[in-house]
Design a protein around this ligand. Structure first.
Ligand code: 13P
Length: 259
């Protein structure tokens, strides 16, 4: 069985005081939930705070990005080792906002992914089509190129250490969610494509869905056989919403290892 995983992506939100309240409420809300995994990916300056407030709980923490180089003259950038120093479990790699706003590519994603794994982190690799791409019906081709783009560089064995996230760009922050069957179809496609390289990696890999997941739609998404949890943006900033999503994952039937 693949365990469900729910990850908060706070994006560029928060301050010390609000984070403290939010993290405390999340910890209290998910305490005792044993059937799924939970994490929050916070802005880099708050990793220390997350570490202090979350260590010893069942909520892991992570970064929203790591640079594609180990170190060097990259003003403002943060390396995989730097975030690993703060006890991170996860690092989101190539979120569509970074692809769009910071011109990240499949190649830079592959480099960041390799370094994140080397530093002991679990990368969460984001894929997904834009609205234009969705409308002309090239979702599978786009996702295939994002998947192959890293697979060809990183190799199938290392991909066993990666969590994937399918986040249709048209569903991010728009209130429009892919229907459970739409999302399931893409997740199944991703798993099937990996299965052509390695059945075991495909059967074990967790594929999260992201894009306007909220308490009201989480359970329907998590019941789908290839949806292994969620990557949650705005709903992760409200503790009651986020905790309800975590509870939905905890109650969802475990996904069978099927490809
Ligand atoms: P929203 O949940 O706000 O749509 O954001 C999704 C997302 O981008 C998570 O990485």
């Amino acid at each position: 069985m693949r365990r469900k995983l729910v990850v908060a992506n706070w994006k560029m939100h928060g301050n010390l005081e609000r984070n403290k309240l939010l993290l405390r409420e999340v910890v209290a809300g998910v305490r005792g939930l044993r059937n799924a995994d939970f994490a929050v990916c916070v802005p880099h300056p708050y990793l220390f705070q997350a570490q202090q407030l979350l260590k010893g709980t069942n909520v892991a923490w992570g970064a929203q990005n790591v640079h594609q180089s180990e170190q060097g003259a990259y003003t403002g950038a943060v390396s995989a080792w730097m975030v690993a120093d703060f006890g991170c479990t996860y690092a989101i790699i190539s979120h569509s906002e970074r692809r769009g706003q910071f011109r990240e590519t499949n190649e830079s994603a592959a480099k960041s992914m390799k370094l994140a794994i080397k530093a002991g982190l679990t990368p969460i690799y984001c894929m997904g089509e834009t609205l234009d791409e969705y409308e002309v019906g090239v979702t599978e081709a786009v996702v295939a190129s994002q998947l192959d783009g890293v697979l060809n560089i990183v190799g199938i064995k290392l991909l066993s250490k990666v969590v994937f996230a399918y986040e249709p760009v048209w569903a991010i922050g728009t209130g429009k969610t892919a229907t459970p069957s739409q999302a399931q179809a893409v997740h199944e496609f991703i798993r099937g494509r990996v299965a052509k390289h390695d059945l075991e990696v495909a059967a074990n890999m967790r594929i999260l869905y992201g894009g306007s997941v909220k308490a009201a739609n989480a359970a329907q998404l998590f019941v789908m056989p290839d949806i292994d949890g969620g990557l949650i943006g705005s709903a992760s900033l409200a503790s009651d919403e986020f905790v309800a999503i975590c509870r939905a994952a905890n109650q969802a039937p475990g996904s069978k290892k099927r490809v």
